[in-house]
Design a protein around this ligand. Structure first.
Ligand code: NAD
Length: 384
């Protein structure tokens, strides 16, 4: 076995996503399993943690058994063995870091959204393309266990022709105003000036989910809301919420599929999971959760009749069957990381590029515009 070490600069890694999903659940997990085995080669990620706070970096490095960390991103970029630059810092910080990393000729991998405006997201994609650098954006939902199960059913023709999709995403994010109920998301999420807002956050995801699973999005209608006007930040101070905390969007696909997605940080959950999608097709339907998937076929569909004067005789929940686990399902972020490592080291295909990520930013921008203009907007193909 030949070991191929791949140095990875992990920037903004002390944040929520960087620490949990990318370092602990992905890179550390890959190292712990002995790397990514491809034929007679093992790809071994060698992370260097970067950020602004040396104490936090040191604590995280010690906690995860990583030997390298620094507050000097430029020095990390100057090191030829660091082949990949990964960014999980704030959305608005992303462009500056990507520019530096492109100049240093690193392969670029980063969290979504790559920017909050399409032009900027496209500019970053072009920067990588013009420099001939491999690049990718996190599109983790594609590897969620529930979605993988759904994809298999779809490919096997279980649903027949897909007609519509209803997605419900969200949960109650505490404002921090009440005792013993601290906020569970960073405060920048609720400030537009810091790159926050649920439209920017979630429509990026819905773009690649819909494009990959249901049909290419061709039009959007979206209304957002700032239901809660103030929250408490990490320092205990009250701040005004300047961005949307809920949105209600409808997407039309080029194959006629209609997708509706509600996304909200101001709903209480009475459904199977924090994200569920009900997909109805001519021959069957599926409820897709983060890990589980339930199905009902045409042949097992109950025949309801409308009569509010009697107790409902049908137990609708009983008519769904859970799709069993048929393989092991790894963490979604880790699966995509493994694909990116193979892409960098072995030139395998990696279609989830910054250009694809820019499509998500485009949908988010159009969603905001649709809300502002109170109208349906077409989703045009992005220019080269
Ligand atoms: N894929 C997903 O499902 C998903 C989910 C949540 C967030 N995200 C994205 O991940 C990114 C990070 O979000 P988060 O929730 O982890 O936020 P966070 O606030 O927890 O983390 C951001 C980190 O970036 C650091 N940072 C900010 N400015 C920096 C700078 N100039 N230099 C270095 N580090 C800097 C912060 O100190 C913090 O550690 C955002 O772009 C967000 O949109 C993606």
């Amino acid at each position: 076995m030949k070991v191929r070490n791949i140095g990875i600069i992990m920037n903004g890694v002390t944040g929520r996503m960087g620490t949990n999903q990318h370092l602990i659940r992905s890179i550390k997990a890959i190292r712990d399993q002995g790397g990514v085995r491809c034929g007679d080669v093992v790809l071994m990620p060698e992370p260097v943690l970067t950020g602004r706070n040396a104490d936090k970096l040191q604590a995280l490095a010690e906690r995860t058994g990583v030997s390298r960390y620094t507050t000097d991103v430029d020095a990390a970029l100057a090191e030829p063995a660091n082949e990949i630059f990964f960014d999980a810092s704030g959305t608005l910080q992303r462009a500056g870091f990507i520019e530096k990393a492109v100049a240093a000729k690193k392969a670029i991998y980063c969290e979504k959204p790559t920017a909050v405006e399409t032009e900027e997201a496209l500019r970053l994609a072009r920067l990588c393309e013009d420099a001939g650098l491999k690049n990718g954006v996190v599109q983790d939902k594609l590897w969620l266990t529930g979605i993988r199960k759904f994809r298999t059913l779809r490919d096997q023709g279980f649903l027949g022709r897909i007609l519509s999709v209803r997605g419900e995403f969200g949960y109650w994010v505490f404002t921090g105003e009440d005792p013993d109920q601290p906020a569970q998301r960073p405060s920048w999420n609720y400030r537009k000036e810091d790159g926050g807002g649920i439209i920017v956050d979630m429509l990026c995801h819905w773009r690649y989910v819909i494009d990959n699973l249901f049909g290419n999005v061709k039009a959007v209608s979206c209304i957002g809301a700032t239901h809660l006007p103030k929250r408490i930040d990490e320092t205990g101070r009250e701040y005004p919420c300047t961005s949307d905390d809920a949105c209600y969007a409808t997407f039309e696909c080029d194959n006629g599929v209609i997708c509706q997605f509600n996304s909200s940080w101001t709903v209480r959950v009475r459904r199977d999971d924090l994200l569920t999608m009900q997909v109805d097709g001519t021959h069957g339907s599926a409820i897709v959760g983060l890990r589980k998937c339930w199905v009902q076929s045409l042949g097992t569909t109950p025949r309801p009749t409308w009569n509010p004067d009697i107790e409902q005789p049908i137990n609708f929940f009983a008519g769904w069957q859970e799709v069993p686990d048929c393989t092991t399902y790894d963490n979604a972020f880790k699966v995509q990381w493994e694909e990116f490592l193979k892409h960098v080291a072995l030139d395998t295909p990696f279609p989830w590029t910054l250009r694809e990520g820019a499509k998500g930013v485009q949908l988010a921008e159009l969603g905001l515009k649709s809300w502002e203009q109170r109208q349906w907007l077409s989703v045009e193909e992005l220019p080269q």
